[in-house]
Design a protein around this ligand. Structure first.
Ligand code: GLA
Length: 466
């Protein structure tokens, strides 16, 4: 409600000014995107055969039938630009069939019982150059028409790989011609000034809109200011520009992702049907590549906690890890339909942090030197759309397992809809990870033991008969 009111006000601001009210109105993002992104799995050395194997795994494992249908190629596929047409040139060594043929292949895959529901995504960057990790920088072209990219060399003196700045019209149409259902646009080497960033993203949005093909537009600007409207620069908020927008830097481990959780906590009113705050990819219990160095980011437990919170927020669910060698535990994590259902609830509202404060990373002590704060635990909650049911998650970043509570004050912070109220008598409790019913609460009081170092519990609560 608050969000639509703000969007309306933002839109009115635009109408009152000199520009037509532009907006993203592609009918997509009714629930958050679900699927795979190559970034934390492959770094920039993503290739066609890996993408095909991964898409096949999504289907064969049953994940695609549960909603994980989006297959996104991140940075690394584009070699440069054609000297005459200035259209993107694909790296044909890594993608021998080309990007359009890869899209056709993905679209042709049959998901048992569901049909051809797989979707295809590509990546670009709104700056003159992409982020260009060293491997990629050495591989992409550095001869005309690349010179624009070479005017902003990397600190080590090498040019980056060509981005979309100034080529939005050509690139947007090229992506649509390649059959994409999804475009991620990154922000490396681009202006970080609000109105400059909004204007650049608006260019790509308008090109995509003008093609008539509905393309899910995913902004990757790493800043919380993409979410709210900003009347000073005539900005109507994230949902006017894209279907999702990154609100935080890259989450390479649970510590960094705990920071994204804190950012999410102050932006929940801006997420919802049509456009979502994006706290980054589901990195899983991964050992992946960053800056061409491999390292491990999360424990199994933390990966499950990330998925739990992202599902509850609700946030984009893009698995970005090597699924081909992952554990049974990992497959079980992302196959949990009760959790997926929270994320994909039509018209689902945002969860809010109802107890605890800024979650500190699991490697830091819970109390500050004065022994003042204990921000190792969080409780997040949300009213579901049917039956006045609630979903509540507990998180513990402390070093050891602990008892977490949600009392009447905590329950009372779950926003209600007109006509709904908490059930003072209590709730039936279902544990969404053990798939078991637990004893009902007596009144508004839920307690549970939560493992340390990024453990979680997730409950669905149904009101007791009054
Ligand atoms: C940025 C983005 C990541 C990924 C890389 C590619 O860091 O935030 O998600 O796309 O660029 O270099």
């Amino acid at each position: 409600m608050a969000r639509s009111l703000l969007l309306l006000l933002g839109g009115a601001g635009l109408l009152g000014c000199c520009r037509p009210a532009a907006s993203l109105d592609n009918g997509l993002g009714l629930t958050p995107q679900m699927g795979y992104s190559s970034w934390n799995d492959c770094g920039s050395t993503v290739n066609e055969s890996w993408i095909k194997k991964t898409a096949t795994y999504l289907i064969d494992s049953g994940l695609a039938a549960k909603g994980w249908t989006q297959v996104n190629v991140d940075e690394g596929w584009m070699l440069g630009r054609d000297a005459t047409t200035h259209q993107p040139l694909e790296d044909r060594e890594l993608f021998p069939s080309g990007m359009k043929a890869l899209g056709e292949w993905i679209h042709a895959q049959e998901v048992p019982g569901k049909g051809k529901i797989m979707k295809y995504g590509l990546y670009t960057c709104r700056g003159p150059t992409q982020c260009s990790r060293p491997e990629y920088r050495n591989r992409c072209l550095h001869t005309g028409p690349n010179p624009p990219a070479c005017t902003t060399p990397h600190p080590d003196g090498q040019c980056g790989c060509e981005g979309s700045q100034g080529y939005e019209e050509i690139d947007g149409r090229w992506f649509v011609e390649a059959g994409v259902d999804y475009l991620k646009e990154d922000s490396c080497s681009a202006t970080q000034n609000h109105s400059g960033a909004f204007a650049q993203y608006a260019k790509m949005r308008d090109v995509l809109n003008s093609t008539g093909r509905a393309v899910f537009f995913s902004l990757c600007g790493w800043e919380p200011w993409y979410a709210p409207p900003d009347p000073v620069v005539g900005y109507a908020g994230g949902a006017s520009l894209g279907n999702s927008w990154r609100i935080h830097g890259d989450g390479k481990n649970w510590g960094a992702l705990s920071g994204a959780v804190n950012t999410m906590a102050v932006l929940t009113e801006f997420t919802g049907t049509g456009g979502y705050n994006d706290p980054d990819l589901l990195i899983g219990p991964w050992c992946g590549i960053d800056h061409d160095q491999s390292f491990c980011g999360q424990s199994d437990l933390q990966a499950r906690t990330q998925f739990t919170l992202w599902a509850l927020f609700p946030a984009p669910l893009l698995i970005s890890q090597n699924m081909l060698t992952w554990s049974k535990y990992a497959l079980e994590t992302y196959s949990n339909e009760e959790v997926i259902k929270l994320n994909q609830e039509p018209g689902g509202v945002a969860a809010v942090r109802i107890a605890g404060d800024d979650l500190i990373g699991p490697t830091k002590p819970c109390a500050d030197p004065e022994g003042r704060l204990n921000n190792c635990t969080n409780v997040w909650g949300r009213l579901l759309t049917q039956g006045n049911e609630l979903a509540i998650a507990f998180v513990n970043n402390g070093p050891t397992s602990t008892e977490v509570h949600c009392d009447a004050t905590c329950f009372g912070k779950i926003p209600q809809r007109p006509g709904t109220k908490l059930c003072a008598k209590g709730y039936k409790v279902r544990d969404l990870w053990s798939h078991a019913s637990l004893p009902s609460t007596v009144g508004l009081n839920l307690s549970a033991t939560v493992a340390g170092n990024g453990g979680q519990r997730l409950f669905r609560l149904a009101p007791l008969a009054q």
